[in-house]
Structure formats: C-alpha cells, structure tokens
Design a protein around this ligand. Structure first.
Ligand code: GLC
Ligand code: CA
Length: 556
C-alpha cells in the first residue's frame, strides 16, 4: 500500500449548526468554528470535515443546497469561510467540505429553470418524466419515505425524482453538461485551498435505468431505493472521472459515504488506484437493520460489534484505509449505542474510544464524542427536527405501535441524538449560545461538558487527547498506522482484543466489554503498558485481569 499524506491524520467532524454560536441567534456558525480552532488544536485533530454550510433552505439541514458557491447567511459569509481556511492552516488543520452532488435543493436556480422549461437545458439536469395515466414511472421508495416521484411544480403531467426528500431533486449524472458544472464547482473549492471533500450519499448518483419496479417490501406497495442502487451498473465510471478531473489534480483527501458495498469492490473504492482516499466503515451502524423500519431494528451487542469491526479490518487489510467512526450526524451517539444500557460511564466510554482509535484506518471523531456526549431523551415527537426521524415515527405508528412505543423506537436511532448543541460548559445552554438554541440542549450538560473535563486529568476528554498523542508518538505511530490487525481470542464473550503488528513491533489492545472481570493469558509477558483507562493493571506480565470495561494498550 502506498503511503499517503493523510494516513497519519486524526479527523474531526463539525456539524456547524450545533457547534458554537458566535452571535447569539441560536445557530452555530463559521465564526464560531474560527473561535474554537485553538480548542481543536488542543484536542490534537488535523483534518476537520464541516457538514454543509452552503446556501440552503435547510429542509435536510444543509444537505439540500441552493447555491454551491455561497455560504448560507445563517452560517456566515464567504469571507468567514476564507478566513476559516486560512486560520485553520496556521494550526496545521485542513478543512474538508461536504460534497452533496447526488441532489441539490428544489430552490437551486437549476431546478427553478427546469420547472420553467422541463424540455430545456436545465430540465436535463434532473430526472423529469411524464406521468402515464396519472402513474409514476416506478415503485421506488425514497430513503426518507414515500415515492421518489413528485409532481413537477407547474406541470401536473410530469414528475421529478428525489431519492431523499422531495426538496432534494436528484441531479442527472448521465448528462455530461451537469457533470462539467459539478467539476467546475469542486475545483473552485479546491482552488481555495481546502484539503478535500467528504462525498455525501455518493453511491446514489448511478441509477438503474430504464425504470422498472422492484419487489414490494412494505405495505405502502413500494420498494426501497437500495434495491435499485444495488442493481445499477457503471457508478465507477462517474467516480473515476470525478477523481481524475478534480481530486487527483490537487492531491485532495476524499472520504466516501458508501453503504452496502460488495467486499470485492472495496479495492475499486479505496485501493491505491481507488475512487476515493478512504470511505467509512458503516458495518456496525447497519447491523441489525430491518426493512420494516427503525422500530424493528435490533440493538447491537458487544460481540456483534467486535465481529463487525474485525470483519472490516480483514476486508481492508492490504487494500486500503477505512475511516472509523462510532457516530456522526446521522447516527445515535456511539456511547449510547455500543455500550449496553446501564453500563454507560466514563470508563466504558474510554474503552469504546480505545477500540475505535487503535483500529487500522483514519479515526473520525464526531463533535461531542470526545467528551462522551450521550443520546437525548425526547419527551415528545415535537422536540424532533429531523425529517428522517419524523418519517420513522410515522412508520412506527403505521405499524400499530402506540405513541409512547413509537417515541421509544425512534429515540434509539434518531439523527437528532447527535445534533443537539455541543456542551461547552455548565452555564446556560451549555455555553453554546446566548440566545435560544435551534434544538434543545441535552439536559445532562451540567454533568457532561468540556470545561469540567479540561480541568480533570481523568476525564473522557483527556483520554481522547492521550489516544491522539499515542497515535502520533514517533515511537509507535508506524505500528498504529500501518500495523497489520489480527483478532486476539475472538471466541471469548465481551472481549474486544486484537494485535497490531509490524516487523519491528507488536501491540496488543485488550478491552473488557463487560462489568465482570476477565483474565487474559499471554505466551510471553508484555513489555510495557502504553495506555490504560484505569490506574492499575492486575496480575503479572503474562497473565493479567481486566476489570469492568478496562481497556489497555500493551507493547508485546
Ligand atoms: C447523507 C447525509 C445525510 C443526508 C443525506 C442526504 O446520508 O449524511 O445527513 O440526509 O445524505 O443528503
Ligand atoms: Ca449564529
């Protein structure tokens, strides 16, 4: 595997609306990010991915872009953006923008023009079809529920496709003119000096054409869009073209949001000659999913989590670098998902962090993860902003769940869990804003906040700093970044243990994912404890006992 400039980096995702509000309007903004750059440096991150802050009606919180070349006034101005890029550079931090090109907003000029003249140039930027006898072309269900087809405004005999929300019309990648427009925009951003892009929903850009119905999978008579995506051929041609025309030219870092990839295709995505630098490993996020909806999803167990990450490590070994996460703006908080209920505490949070950080791949921290932020307790559906959660609530009700059960079902998976404002301190609104926050602050901010953790050497935050420092330690970084991963005693319950090995060094990461202690025997005594989430390690070098949720990194 060729070495790349970004292999050694630690990345951090900012959801700008909820990070830090600099002007008291209740909405996080770019000046807020600029102000917190010293904080990001203190933590030790090198790459910052910012979720969309372009002009947008915010129907899907910025993933519906109405102008790719401007910043939404709620987030700031292009001058703020330029300043952020320049300031970040001074801290040795690269800015990664979100590239949302499967769709734009229905308020984008292109779509407006398409509605004015569906047969004209801009009509061809979208998927616009005639209704036949009042019927839409096919039975695909959008990712956010309902048909992917929506009547075209002003043209009741026509409809347009949206794989996501109806305010997110899909862009027609089959049209070379559209692709040229997108490449121009991407390069315009790269010229500004950003480090790269996170590629949103990117596998959706290739549709299986001509339209046809897929097997019905819910009482609504439709078929999930994933069935069509799995059937589409030729995605690679688009991705290769975009890479060669844009990313390669700038040696930019790219990370793809890819679901349901075929393991044999991994090399095409992230191999030395892959479409992207990296892509997220979502295997533990999708574990236990159900076609019926969130209410039917199974919560993951420590053993299942371990099996997911080991399988991903095996798949990617010698192929490329996954990006490892425990959460993002679309997922519940990792500590609430992967740690069994009742066991969530600082020790178990550090244990989970140890697993994530010591895997091969690029660690992506999602804002607030580094202080152990937890899921929200929603009191009613009225507290939810996210369109996908609102859709899933309805899916639960339609399945016959009473309201309180429906609320419970969405609470486990709601995207708003991770979107509540960052908890800076114990003051009003967790120090996020002096105004009224756009989304309710998690009331646990008096216990869980950055300021108290900065002053506590044993905090989750300080532990994240140690993990990052270990990854960058000249003595160990080679084995942590490039070492081969091998499972260690994977048959044992609730033990997540693995080695990382180069010719010169071997590390053992051993994490006891339960409250009861577990004893581990080695063939030879370990040499050194590099990291421990408790103050002691019981036993001798060749046989030691891990306490509840104890996590250690040992040099063998
Ligand atoms: C991606 C984003 C998500 C968004 C969707 C549509 O999955 O992460 O937040 O809703 O794409 O753009
Ligand atoms: Ca603001």
């Amino acid at each position: 595997m060729q070495k790349k400039w970004w292999h050694e980096k630690v990345a951090y995702q900012i959801y700008p609306k909820s990070f830090y509000d600099s002007n008291g309007d209740g909405i996080g903004d770019l000046r807020g990010i600029i102000r917190k750059l010293p904080y990001l440096r203190e933590l030790g991150v090198d790459i910052v991915w910012i979720s969309p802050c372009y002009c947008s009606p915010l129907a899907d919180e910025g993933y519906d872009i109405s102008d790719y070349y401007n910043i939404d006034p709620r987030f700031g101005t292009m001058d703020d953006m330029d300043e952020l890029i320049a300031e970040a550079k001074k801290y040795d931090i690269g800015i990664v923008m979100d590239l949302v090109v499967n769709h734009c907003s229905d308020e984008h000029e292109w779509f407006r023009k398409a509605c004015e003249d569906p047969d004209g140039e801009y009509g061809k930027f979208f998927y616009i079809e005639d209704m036949k006898d009042g019927k839409v072309p096919c039975n695909w269900r959008s990712h956010f529920g309902g048909s992917v087809w929506e009547p075209l405004p002003g043209h009741p005999d026509k409809c347009y496709m949206h794989l996501f929300h109806k305010k997110q019309p899909d862009l027609n990648w089959e049209n070379p003119k559209l692709r040229e427009e997108l490449y121009k925009m991407i390069n315009w951003w790269l010229d500004k000096g950003i480090a790269g892009f996170r590629l949103d929903a990117i596998i959706n850009i290739k549709k299986a054409l001509p339209y046809k119905d897929y097997p019905v999978d819910r009482p609504d008579g439709m078929s999930k869009a994933q069935n069509m995506i799995a059937d589409a051929v030729g995605l690679g041609d688009f991705l290769r073209e975009m890479r060669d025309r844009c990313f390669r030219v700038y040696d930019a870092f790219t990370v793809g949001e890819v679901f349901d990839e075929d393991p044999s295709e991994l090399v095409n995505f992230i191999g030395d000659d892959g479409y992207f630098s990296s892509m997220y490993d979502f295997s533990s996020n999708v574990w236990g999913q159900s076609d019926k909806g969130w209410y039917d999803c199974k919560p993951i167990t420590p053993n299942a989590y371990r099996d997911c990450i080991f399988a991903a490590q095996k798949r990617s070994e010698g192929v490329g670098f996954y990006s490892n996460i425990i959460e993002n703006h679309d997922e519940p908080r990792g500590v609430s998902r992967y740690i069994p209920e009742g066991d969530v505490n600082d020790t178990s949070k550090k244990a989970l962090a140890t697993v994530m950080f010591m895997l091969k791949g690029l660690p992506f921290i999602y804002q607030g993860q580094e202080i152990g932020m937890e899921n929200m307790k929603f009191r009613s559906i009225d507290e939810v902003d996210d369109i996908s959660t609102i859709d899933q609530y309805q899916v639960s009700l339609d399945a016959g769940l009473p309201e309180d059960e429906a609320l419970k079902s969405i609470s486990l998976f709601s995207r708003d869990n991770a979107r509540t404002p960052f908890q800076w301190n114990a003051e009003v609104n967790a120090g996020f804003t002096t105004g009224t926050p756009w989304l309710r602050v998690n009331p646990n901010y008096t216990d869980i906040n950055l300021e108290s953790q900065q002053n506590d050497p044993d905090s989750v935050f300080q532990f994240y700093r140690k993990l990052i420092a270990l990854r960058k330690d000249p003595q160990y970084k080679d084995v942590i970044i490039y070492g081969v991963t091998a499972p260690f005693q994977p048959e044992r319950d609730n033990l997540i243990a693995f080695t990382r090995k180069t010719d010169a060094q071997t590390l053992l990461i051993a994490v006891n994912f339960q409250n009861a202690p577990q004893t581990v025997k080695l063939d030879v005594p370990y040499k050194k404890v590099l990291l421990n989430n408790l103050s002691e390690l019981d036993g001798t070098g060749a046989e030691f006992t891990l306490g509840g949720y104890q996590a250690v990194v040992l040099e063998l």
